[in-house]
Design a protein. Structure first.
Length: 256
């Protein structure tokens, strides 16, 4: 962060310097500081939302994150960038093979080994120990089998928790504003549609994977969140971004 401030203040002088390698070095440092760990730069979109709000309103918003379907702690993570910058939260992952990896790399996060589901016990279909496409949804598993020419996955029984239960646990440790990241391989719609948003536990931002292809604003996820006063503000390949329309953050954003 301090390096970014330095580069902003010295950018003009560096670019006009006779020591052009210094300017080149500053560009490389800037590029490194803007690295994304997400699959499709979702973390940069979140960062951009808060940066625009700060620019437009002057309000700096502190937040935690609730990362459901977290998969790996760094690779493909929408929240690792914030962890590196000193923001922590709760990660939820049903795959028992991943817990020790998370604990060793991100010990300051609260880790919940569970699926997000309406059922207390569910089957997790596993293509391999660390596959990103491991899923609770048999139809999604069949789709992956066909698309990637994979054999039938094995399955294990795992614990399931409702979204509201998970949010309550998260807020006990991290009270206040939070972003909700849901990427649960085919079960995203079911979780969102069965959740009742209450004012005391509303996410500031919701990132959710939505595979609907006939106009994203017409999807069942979009319609449900719109009815609950969340505004669609962006899209990154498969992920939709919604902001709580009851929050001050919406004042600086442009709806899609």
């Amino acid at each position: 962060m301090l390096m970014k401030i330095f580069l902003k203040k010295s950018d003009s002088k560096l670019s006009k310097s006779n020591f052009i390698w210094v300017a080149g070095l500053s560009e490389r440092i800037w590029k490194k500081s803007n690295k994304s760990y997400s699959s499709h730069a979702e973390d940069l979109v979140i960062e951009g939302i808060f940066a625009r709000h700060m620019l437009v309103t002057g309000e700096k918003i502190s937040f935690s994150y609730l990362d459901i379907g977290a998969w790996r702690p760094i690779r493909g993570s929408n929240t690792y960038k914030f962890y590196r910058n000193g923001t922590y939260g709760t990660v939820v992952e049903p795959n028992p093979n991943i817990k020790n990896l998370w604990k060793s790399i991100r010990p300051k996060d609260q880790y919940i080994e569970s699926a997000c589901s309406q059922k207390k016990t569910v089957k997790l279909y596993e293509f391999s120990d660390f596959a990103a496409s491991n899923t609770l949804n048999i139809k999604f598993a069949e789709f992956i089998m066909k698309m990637q020419n994979l054999p039938k996955p094995s399955n294990i029984k795992v614990t399931g928790m409702k979204l509201q239960e998970i949010i309550e646990i998260h807020l006990q440790r991290y009270p206040g504003k939070f972003i909700l990241d849901i990427d649960i391989e085919g079960e995203d719609e079911d979780v969102i549609l069965n959740h009742k948003f209450i004012d005391s536990a509303r996410p500031l931002i919701i990132l959710v994977e939505d595979h609907y292809t006939n106009g994203i604003r017409k999807s069942r996820i979009s319609n449900h969140l719109h009815k609950n006063n969340f505004t669609l503000v962006g899209r990154s390949v498969l992920t939709s971004f919604f902001i709580d329309a009851k929050s001050t953050l919406i004042n600086s954003q442009i709806a899609v």
